[in-house]
Design a protein around this ligand. Sequence first.
Ligand SMILES: Nc1nc2c(ncn2[C@@H]2O[C@H](COP(=O)(O)OP(=O)(O)O)[C@@H](O)[C@H]2O)c(=O)[nH]1
Ligand SMILES: [Mg+2]
Length: 475
Amino acid sequence: MQNLFDNTICAPATARGGAIAVIRVSGLHALRCVDGIFSGRTSLADAPGYSIHYGEIHEADGTLLDEVVVSVFRAPYSYTGENAVEIACHGSEYIVSRILSLLLAGGAKMAAPGEFTQRAFLHGKMDLSQAEAVADVIAAQTAAAHRIAMKQLKGGFSSELAGMRAELLHLASLMELELDFSEEEVEFADRTQLRELVGNVLTHCEKLIESFHLGNAIKNGVPVAIVGNTNAGKSTLLNALLGESRAIVSDIPGTTRDTVEETLNLDGVLFRFIDTAGLRDSDDTIERIGIERAYDKLATAQLVLAMLDLTAPPGELLASAQNIASRVTEDQQLIFLLNKADVVPVDVNAEARRALSPLLSNPGRQLYAISAKAGVGLEDLRQTLTTTWRNLDTASETTLVTNTRHLEALQNAANALRRVRDGLGIADADPAQGIPTDLLAQDLRESLYHLGTIVGEVSTDEILGNIFRNFCIGK
Ligand SMILES: Nc1nc2c(ncn2[C@@H]2O[C@H](COP(=O)(O)OP(=O)(O)O)[C@@H](O)[C@H]2O)c(=O)[nH]1
Ligand SMILES: [Mg+2]
């Protein structure tokens, strides 16, 4: 006999430990499925949508398992767009697992990670970028991250993309019109106007690509690389900032061989501190890989904390500072930290400041004397970090891209648009050299395709699998 509830999924929707737990059930026959284990005043199969019902759930042998309240949703007015029931029971792990067992015994299936949201996407309740925002809303740790995720969830990003795609479709139709009449050698569309249209959308695309820097910093934390020579006190600083012993500290040079990353919410701004391997020439293969990685982190950080050891010979200190400064770009902020100030005389400190002063002429560079070990000067450092980055966003109304999948799609779309724009330009200058309209139209369609992948207009099982795999069960 075919199982009636084959397509009905269930999963716990709340984290363990609360007073109440919620179990989600969704599918064509979700109401009848829950009826199988629920005894209330009416059967759920007859209940209207948006109604709640009190009742009991019993074990197969009749023992009372729990008193519950169930909410009934009828398609399409539910999260998934299907018939759905949410069972609110006592927040006991035992009860939750028993209810799930009873549902499974009745023929329902355990939901895969993100399957509720995936169904919501498949039933057109939300597009793909909104589905991704569900995970972002749940993970958001700061007001700024929450605001971006919420805007994406409410379709702000989607409607912006829809606008861009409408412009490109208009453009495509102008081009295809020309193609249809190509036998007659007529040029319908004014190429200057076409190029302007492409240019507008391309600029928009580039602005969104640009926004990823900030979007990513807000979502994943402003990347702060702690770099410097071995034994300068980098790991001690990370631990001091975190207030816990996260990285191994020792006076044996080369202790930190890999990068250690931790996020920290300082006064509402999320930072991602990255402790790196000490920069030095090393024969040790593994240590060398760690040093390579340290340079990578330095290159991609928005803020670089250069740890300098005041107890090291002055020449060494300066060389280290110069090495780091030479690798920092204009766009990166650089803070020199003269560490171990607790154990050196004041004049050593002053001498180091003098030696470093030429490196401080660029804007965005600062210097502090600290003791990572004794916790001296760290409050000033924290203050500087939060005041510099507090303006990160929060009131900004512009869309910020936070998702690497979206970034890649935008980059691909922009590349295709650049080919169209350049192609139109050549045709202008020298019609004989012009790239045939059909090739340009193809590039245009490609850019539409890439933008379409963001909202899931075009998607493959692989794309969906990658996205929803990272969701929790019950989401
Ligand atoms: N006196 C003093 N020692 C420190 C300070 N910071 C770190 N150290 C010591 O320097 C050594 C190396 O520290 P560590 O954090 O492992 O350096 P890393 O190699 O840069 O990660 C350890 O023995 C630390 O206790 C400081 O501010 N003052
Ligand atoms: Mg270390």
